[in-house]
Design a protein around this ligand. Structure first.
Ligand code: PMP
Length: 431
């Protein structure tokens, strides 16, 4: 497969953009190629690169593309909206419509504020939690990722794990001191911490962690987290930027039947356009400016194009519950078949999945913790990524991310993925 144009663009990109990319996980380098593939276009379940190669896309823009690229109804709505102007810096009726639509799916959200990214939404939710409780510290979990605001970049997942930095430079000691990080899934440690420290404003958690690879959550753990945070008057924030509208219309909180105080959203609520949002209890959200004195703002917050795409995407999901059945069943079948291939070639691999998300880890044992994920075989993952790419399937370049199955993936795509996976496993079995 010729990817010469991507190589040339990358050489140029490095001269004007740090690392040649605008987000680190895009800088994937395979064993075979020391440059990322530059995408020219996407349609349905496919991506096309600058050399004209076609790929089955298993990244889905890291989550938003549950309906695939340029889903016709969403595309039509966006085209119409573009004709009306693209940004006003003044409120629009559609923002109210989106807020009402989100609220109808997430009963825990009484009020919602839109942002331009998940990062901003998570950052602002922590700020309002601090203001509400009058406390300073926050608890997050190792390997969970909540965007790149200072206090949430301590022991974070996603690109930080991929590039082997558990913390970012450029963050003050004070900020690090106020962020307590604990292992995901270890309730006793959380309990002890909450019992010994009265200065904790919030616990922020990915209810289905997908930024250290996908970790399958146990409902009982989340129930205990909910119970103790309530007892200690600590705000519980569910970061559902990935799981919101992905694992169900009402996100992970609907699946597990747990009500957080605040929820962070992103990705699907913008239907593939830049957006984020956070919302929850009225008494907390009413502290936000201009009602209260917790400042939050954004020139492009609630951008009309993103909002229109979000409304259309959520409406389609709401009116067609079979979409969730479709993507979940497709993922389950796919994972079962991958597991059969793992058995056939007797390779050290296991698959974690939830809804339409999955991660292949190269280790015999089931991956349950960040430590388990870190101990899986990196070399085998690189072989997997390279072989899939060479055979026309783009999978996450890092073992610390998830594959996203979309409604538009068809039998042919699934077949191609399985054939490519089989070639990968054959190679690994020969090592
Ligand atoms: N929270 C989670 C759980 C995420 O996965 C991400 C991004 N992948 C974010 C927050 C940050 O969102 P954004 O990239 O839109 O800033």
């Amino acid at each position: 497969m010729c990817t010469e144009n991507s190589r040339k663009i990358y050489e140029k990109a490095k001269e004007s953009i740090p690392g040649g990319v605008n987000s680190p996980v895009r800088a994937f380098q395979s064993v075979d190629k020391e440059y990322p593939i530059f995408i020219k276009s996407g349609n349905g379940s496919k991506l096309y690169d600058e050399d004209g190669n076609e790929y089955v896309d298993m990244i889905g823009s890291w989550g938003p593309m549950i309906l695939g690229h340029n889903y016709p109804k969403v595309f039509e709505v966006v085209k119409k909206e573009l004709e009306k102007g693209t940004s006003f810096g003044l409120p629009t009726k559609k923002e109210v419509e989106l807020a009402e639509l989100v609220k109808s799916c997430f009963p825990s959200i009484e009020k919602l504020r839109l942002t331009t990214s998940g990062t901003e939404a998570a950052m602002a939710s922590v700020r309002v939690a601090r203001a509400f409780t009058g406390k300073n510290k926050i608890i997050k979990f190792e390997g969970c990722y909540h965007g790149h605001s200072d206090s949430l970049l301590v022991k974070a997942g996603s690109g930080l794990l991929t590039f082997e930095h558990q913390d970012s430079n450029g963050i003050t000691e004070g900020v690090v001191k106020d962020t307590i990080t604990l292992p995901f899934g270890d309730f006793d440690k959380l309990k002890k911490t909450l019992e010994n420290d009265n200065d904790i404003a919030c616990v922020i958690i990915e209810p289905i962690p997908a930024n250290m690879g996908l970790i399958e959550t146990e409902k009982e753990y989340l129930e205990k987290v909910r119970k103790i945070t309530k007892e200690k008057n600590v705000v519980l924030i569910f970061d559902e930027v990935i799981s919101g509208f992905r694992v169900s219309l009402g996100g992970a909180q609907k699946v597990f039947g747990i009500t957080p105080d605040l929820t962070v959203l992103g990705k699907i609520i913008g239907g593939g356009y830049p957006v984020g949002g956070f919302g929850g209890k009225k008494e907390i959200m009413n502290l936000i400016s201009p009602v209260g004195n917790v400042y939050h703002a954004g020139t492009l917050s609630g951008n009309p194009i993103s909002v229109a795409a979000g409304i259309e995407t959520i409406s389609i999901l709401k009116e067609n519950p079979e979409i969730y059945e479709n993507v979940n069943k497709k993922t389950e079948n796919l994972v079962n078949k991958i597991n059969e291939l793992i058995k056939k070639y007797d390779i050290p691999a296991s698959v974690n999945y939830f809804g339409s998300l999955f991660t292949i880890f190269f280790s015999k044992e089931k991956v349950k913790t960040l430590e388990d994920a870190m101990n899986t075989n990196d070399k085998f993952y690189s072989i997997y990524f390279d072989t899939m790419l060479e055979n026309g399937v783009i999978v996450p370049p890092s073992k610390y991310e998830a594959h996203f199955v979309s409604y538009i993936h068809n039998d042919e795509d699934v077949e191609k993925l399985l054939k490519s996976a089989e070639k990968t496993f054959q190679k690994i079995a020969e090592k």
